[in-house]
Design a protein around this ligand. Sequence first.
Ligand code: DON
Length: 574
Amino acid sequence: MCLIMKSGIIRLSALLIALPLFYYSCTIIDNNVVETGYGLKVQNGMVVSAYPDASIIGVKILQNGGNAVDATAAIHFALAVCNPAAGNLGGGGLLVVRESDGNIAALDYREKAPLVAARDMYLDDKGEVIPGLSTSTHLASGVPGTVAGIAEVHNKYGNLSFKEVIQPGIDLARQGFIVSDKLARSLNKMKDRFIERNSHITAFVKDESWVEGDTIRQPELAETLELIRDYGMDGFYRGRTADLIIKEMERVNGIITHGDLENYKAVWRDPITGSYKGYRIISMPPPSSGGVAIIQLLGMIENYPVSEWGFHSDKSIHLMTEAERRVYADRAEYLGDPDFVKIPVEELMGIDYLAGRMSDFNPDQSGDSRDISAGSIPGYESEETTHFSVVDGDGMAVSVTTTLNGAYGNGIVVEGAGFLLNNEMDDFSVKPGYPNIYGLIGGEANSIQPDKRMLSSMTPTIIEENGELFMIVGSPGGSTIITSVFQTILNVIEFNMDMQTAVSAGRFHHQWLPDQISVESDVFDTLLVQKLEKMGHTIAKRPSIGRVDAIRVLSDGSYEGGADPRGDDTAAGY
Ligand code: DON
């Protein structure tokens, strides 16, 4: 059916952010109908991603006989074009896949420290951190993993040819795509940075300001994608593209070498699994902290009556906050790259351990994080990563989070190749106790070593109910990824929200240090703030937390989308 059913922005209550409800529309492409919209429900296949063009490309792949992994590859390449702040070729990602027969796998294509990286590479002679070095320079980039990741997952599971899944991205780069209002504003804000950090004119800068409806064409990026189309991984990690990356590195003291690029490999890892009230949670293992953290959080609150206490009640917020405080403290101490450090994964998720961690939980009084100054968290507005969720008609599901770390990574576009480089090295603990751009601190487990992967918070997750696919969920947001995924899961399982409402609902976040509850503006009313402050909590308002893109399977087998209205995120399906 192709009808515009209902449209409009409805503000439900102070607890929900401005929520577009049930906005459906459809596009007819090559005689196939693709439906898009908030609260979308479809029968055959669905994609929820950060930009409409990418979601529609994914659905077209499904309609043309591709499975969820074919769509994943196509969406990934498309986002590298139309979501330049986070979609990428020059970054990395993590994904979890569940085949229709229930087999699960996790792919780690996280960036790595270059071989000549060193533990103290961002410190001066006095051992102080040199501001900006791990975020804004050529030295900030880890060895990119995205192209290896896409090639690997597609090679293992894809039905269509690699050429078929990459071509829509090439066309989007060559023919251009239409800029949204949000993207125009974001590019305008970054203009000075692009000019300052690049010696050539990039596709992201023009004389006048960008406005909604403009078209961005990226011929250099199209050429790079064509090399990847024709030579696979070698089109990126060897030959012309690799030469251009190295030339870019040599321009300003970068340290990535041809050897780093040639040696990069994506790694299959065993997913983290756990349960919550009968649901099976399948998520990302280290080098992400996300899977361990989400199982810990759910385990810590499982025995409390949160649904009875209610959504955003002082009691449930207090409980979730206290669980978060403990989990983020564990993250800082124990988690890192499992190929370099021994991580007590099972112990951290054990029932007794979690019960012990909550044994000093006081229902009336906030805990007290270590009394150290964790420093400010600069650049909330510059955070950007992207998550997308995909399901096909057979029920194969993929949950993918990919990133350059900060918005537009380090802002450096590889001259001649048209893609941005990541600033993922900042996800290492550059100095024990020194906060990264998300205010996260860490120690030895996440210290810099050559060839090591930096710790991530990305939490691509799939949930089963009674052995069947139930939900695909994940988010960007740096340190807030874990809490955004946690809250979205609880919104559905404990607070009975449909998928769209669960995604749109207001969010809060605590990460141990700084010792405060961050909350989206207007989400907590004055009375609630007073109650939480009386318990000893500090409340800090911030603009937005996370951008969750999720899919739920309904009891009749149809798919229900939740696209985050905080961005241009779009559910598309058929
Ligand atoms: O891997 C991580 O945890 C971070 N690099 C993710 C960054 C991020 O989510 C930025 N987003 N809004």
